[in-house]
Design a protein around this ligand. Structure first.
Ligand code: HEC
Ligand code: HEC
Ligand code: HEC
Ligand code: HEC
Ligand code: HEC
Ligand code: HEC
Ligand code: HEC
Ligand code: HEC
Ligand code: HEC
Ligand code: HEC
Ligand code: HEC
Ligand code: HEC
Ligand code: HEC
Length: 456
């Protein structure tokens, strides 16, 4: 519109007024007004919005008489040129809307007049667009698209942004969505695609899913996170929470978070949302986690740090109970170091390899390593679970009160002493061990028991 300064526009408006006024009196038709006369081409003026030149009765800007006798006309110019002669710069942006590259201004605009602002050929912008695009045939519609505000987001003519957008894609969405904007600006961990591609997940117009999601979780997420999908579906032990409806979103936020890995809250708090009670079906009952730590004096190091990932692989795992590494599910196991890979990711494996030691473990009688004795057996070695709890316990060194043994909860009756300890388990007669004054297991057992076992 650069060629029409404010003043010339004003002047023009005045002229329009005079011209229309003169026409209304229908006294002395001039050549300019003659085409607009009643019964000739006055239909243009029945509409609310008149095109500038029409208001002036100025037809020749566009129609040049061809054969006056036969009242035929030809266009003053062809295609866009007819219009851009007066309306410069409609196609100035890097990306030009196809109808304009084809010289079809009149696909959207009535050259003479219209009942719609902007001389549109239809009643609304949206209906004008709908001649060629159907973007609103969805169950869940985006507010602005639902009310037909296409031009808030798109420039109908041309734009420097792709898809004729009025702003950079992310700026556009965030210009209205303050809450999302604040999350992305203020939270420490921002999901990569939320930094620039809202439309990777949301259809800006509408979709068959809530929140205009192109697809809902977990389907949406796994289009980009194929690796997680693989773990979740191909692992031997699967986690129900991951691939059920809503899946990933039970633990992750889609845009940004104050917790690493875009988690909704600290990992342990997340897990406890579901694991504060027994879950799983009859074929795989999973006892409550909360019950195992509630009121316990000694939480295991990583549990104290709320670090469940130290031992569990949340999305899926090839090990029993989603563990990150091997750990026997049973009381007895033929000895193999890799059975205990889980514990040995953090603890020294020499614990079960060394027959005699002065410092590797406190579970020894003199120099005799009782870990070696119990665990390192070719057949039916005791697994760590025979003596240790994994999440928390009330006994020092995470010694269990009892351990499930078939239908029986076998008691351990462990007592720790200054330089050793004792137990009176269902496995064998009561035994005492002492690091400084090794117990002689061949001597009568009553004597030995009073020798070292003093409870703390
Ligand atoms: C801004 C350019 C422009 C001006 C000014 C203009 N016209 Fe048109 N006119 C057109 C175009 C373009 C068409 C072809 C419309 C189409 O194909 O849809 C047209 C078509 C027509 C037609 C054919 C029937 C119709 O309505 O489509 C008539 C009659 C007509 N114009 C009369 C006039 C008269 C009378 C004036 C002056 C009062 C006038 N025009 C001013 C651009 C203009
Ligand atoms: C002879 C000059 C001239 C030509 C040629 C011309 N226009 Fe216009 N157009 C005007 C004037 C004058 C105005 C009024 C400007 C204003 O209000 O700021 C106008 C306004 C418009 C508007 C805005 C209406 C509104 O309500 O905001 C549209 C849309 C428009 N013209 C489309 C076209 C199209 C499409 C063509 C080609 C078919 C065309 N014009 C050709 C002079 C022209
Ligand atoms: C795909 C449809 C479409 C085409 C094709 C189109 N326009 Fe528009 N135009 C619009 C819409 C929509 C508006 C904004 C109307 C509103 O929101 O009030 C508009 C507004 C305008 C305006 C007034 C506002 C402004 O931008 O200053 C002018 C002038 C205009 N168009 C000229 C043209 C010209 C000249 C062409 C051809 C070169 C053209 N248009 C082609 C849809 C179109
Ligand atoms: C006369 C038909 C027609 C009308 C009316 C029309 N468009 Fe288009 N539009 C097209 C064509 C053709 C394309 C190019 C499609 C393609 O390349 O696949 C297109 C492409 C687009 C694109 C994509 C541009 C890109 O860079 O990929 C957007 C956005 C768009 N139109 C918005 C609109 C809006 C908004 C309106 C209403 C103001 C509208 N269109 C009206 C024909 C039209
Ligand atoms: C809230 C902003 C917004 C509104 C409102 C909006 N659009 Fe879009 N539209 C977009 C964005 C963003 C894209 C680009 C999507 C992408 O990159 O995948 C787009 C893309 C398009 C495309 C190109 C489609 C394609 O697949 O390339 C068309 C056509 C289109 N819009 C038409 C419309 C029409 C017609 C309306 C009005 C009914 C409308 N839009 C309303 C934001 C909007
Ligand atoms: C012109 C302002 C505006 C723009 C720009 C805009 N939106 Fe919206 N958006 C709204 C409104 C209004 C609602 C409806 C809010 C409601 O119902 O509470 C909405 C709703 C949404 C919703 C659903 C929220 C809910 O609670 O149901 C999503 C998702 C959304 N917009 C994403 C986007 C994306 C992505 C973009 C950029 C392509 C975008 N919006 C651009 C105004 C806008
Ligand atoms: C990785 C996919 C993804 C990306 C990228 C994405 N969103 Fe979302 N968005 C979602 C999901 C999924 C939901 C639904 C959240 C839920 O159910 O908890 C959502 C919800 C929303 C909502 C509703 C309010 C809310 O927070 O729950 C708005 C508004 C929204 N998104 C806007 C945006 C904007 C703006 C962008 C770009 C800056 C964007 N989204 C980028 C997936 C995405
Ligand atoms: C358009 C592709 C895309 C979609 C869709 C997508 N993401 Fe992402 N996501 C990425 C990219 C890129 C990264 C950053 C690189 C990486 O860590 O793989 C990422 C990173 C992540 C991270 C790791 C963050 C971290 O700090 O370790 C999580 C968690 C995540 N996405 C979850 C989701 C969830 C949940 C969904 C579904 C709501 C989803 N993603 C959908 C592309 C996507
Ligand atoms: C039960 C909670 C939970 C669910 C459900 C969940 N995640 Fe995770 N996710 C986590 C935790 C916790 C982490 C942190 C690292 C770890 O523990 O392995 C994580 C890490 C990630 C990471 C970054 C590190 C990596 O492993 O690549 C991505 C990406 C990710 N999740 C994507 C997803 C996707 C996609 C889904 C849905 C298919 C999903 N998550 C479902 C809890 C969950
Ligand atoms: C949305 C609820 C939900 C959340 C959150 C959740 N889980 Fe689960 N989890 C389940 C359900 C249901 C089962 C039982 C069904 C199954 O086998 O997956 C289960 C099973 C398990 C199992 C036993 C798997 C087996 O089959 O032996 C472990 C271990 C587990 N979850 C750990 C975690 C950890 C660690 C977290 C936190 C990072 C967590 N869960 C978060 C619902 C959840
Ligand atoms: C030191 C390793 C370790 C850590 C850390 C750990 N777990 Fe476990 N978890 C295990 C082992 C081993 C099992 C199998 C227990 C069994 O069979 O006695 C298990 C089992 C589970 C189960 C299944 C229920 C059951 O008792 O078999 C859930 C649920 C669970 N853990 C949740 C968690 C949560 C939540 C955290 C983080 C607060 C966590 N775990 C931290 C090792 C660990
Ligand atoms: C992710 C690392 C990690 C894993 C895996 C792990 N632990 Fe631990 N464990 C710790 C930390 C940290 C401590 C506390 C610091 C310490 O005293 O060594 C601890 C302490 C212990 C203690 C008490 C030590 C003491 O002196 O109080 C025992 C017993 C124990 N763990 C047994 C196990 C068993 C059995 C396994 C295998 C099921 C295991 N741990 C797996 C990190 C781990
Ligand atoms: C027969 C019971 C028993 C078995 C089986 C057992 N432990 Fe122990 N463990 C103990 C006792 C008792 C202590 C406490 C020693 C003390 O402090 O007096 C202990 C202490 C520990 C400690 C603390 C450091 C140390 O050695 O003093 C770790 C770590 C540990 N055990 C890991 C394991 C791992 C890993 C396994 C399986 C490979 C395992 N234990 C198997 C009884 C057992």
């Amino acid at each position: 519109m650069s060629m029409w300064t404010k003043t010339t526009r004003l002047a023009l408006a005045t002229l329009c007024f005079l011209a229309v006024g003169a026409w209304a009196q229908r006294t002395k038709p001039t050549t300019i007004q003659s085409c607009n006369q009643t019964d000739c081409h006055d239909q243009f003026e029945m509409k609310e919005y008149l095109h500038g030149p029409i208001a002036l009765g100025e037809c020749t800007g566009c129609h040049k008489p061809d054969n006056p006798a036969e009242h035929t006309f030809k266009f003053a110019r062809e295609g866009n040129d007819l219009c851009v002669n007066c309306h410069l710069e409609q196609t100035g942006g890097k990306h030009v809307h196809k109808p304009l590259t084809e010289g079809k201004c009149t696909q959207c605009h009535d050259p003479h007049s219209s009942d719609t602002k902007g001389l549109l050929v239809k009643e609304t912008v949206a209906e004008t667009c709908a001649q060629c695009h159907n973007v609103t045939d969805h169950e869940f519609l985006h507010g602005p698209a639902a009310v037909g505000e296409c031009s808030i987001c798109h420039n109908a003519h041309s734009s420097d942004e792709k898809k004729l957008l009025t702003m950079k894609p992310t700026d556009l969405c965030l210009a209205c969505h303050e809450v999302t904007k604040n999350e992305i600006a203020k939270f420490e961990f921002v999901h990569e695609p939320a930094k620039g591609e809202c439309a990777a997940c949301h259809d800006p117009h509408g979709a068959k899913n809530r929140q205009m999601l192109k697809s809902d979780a977990p389907e949406m997420c796994i289009t980009c996170h194929a690796d997680v999908h693989k773990v979740a579906t191909e692992s031997k032990v699967k986690h129900d929470a991951v691939m059920t409806a809503g899946g990933c979103l039970q633990c992750h936020t889609p845009h940004a978070s104050t917790v690493q890995h875009n988690l909704r809250k600290a990992p342990m708090d997340l897990c406890v949302d579901c694991h504060s009670k027994p879950v799983g079906g009859a074929d795989n009952p999973v006892p409550s986690f909360t019950d195992q730590i509630k009121g316990k004096k000694f939480p295991h190091g990583p549990v104290q740090d709320k670090d469940c990932s130290g031992c569990h692989q949340t999305h899926g795992s090839d090990h029993f109970r989603l563990l990150t590494a091997e750990y026997p599910a049973v009381f007895y196991a033929d000895f193999a170091e890799q059975n205990y890979a889980l514990c040995f990711t953090c603890h020294q494996k020499t614990l079960v390899w060394t027959e005699k030691t002065e410092d590797l473990t406190n579970f020894r009688n003199g120099e005799r390593n009782l870990h070696y004795l119990h665990v390192n057996k070719e057949t039916r070695g005791r697994t760590c679970r025979a003596c240790h709890e994994t999440h928390a316990s009330n006994q020092p060194k995470h010694i269990r009160e009892s351990v499930p043994y078939g239908m029986w909860n076998l008691p351990l009756n462990f007592k720790k002493a200054e330089t050793g300890g004792s137990c009176s388990p269902g496995c064998h007669i009561a035994k005492v061990y002492d690091r400084d004054k090794p117990v002689d297991y061949t001597a009568p057992r009553v004597k030995a028991a009073t020798g070292a076992a003093q409870t703390q």
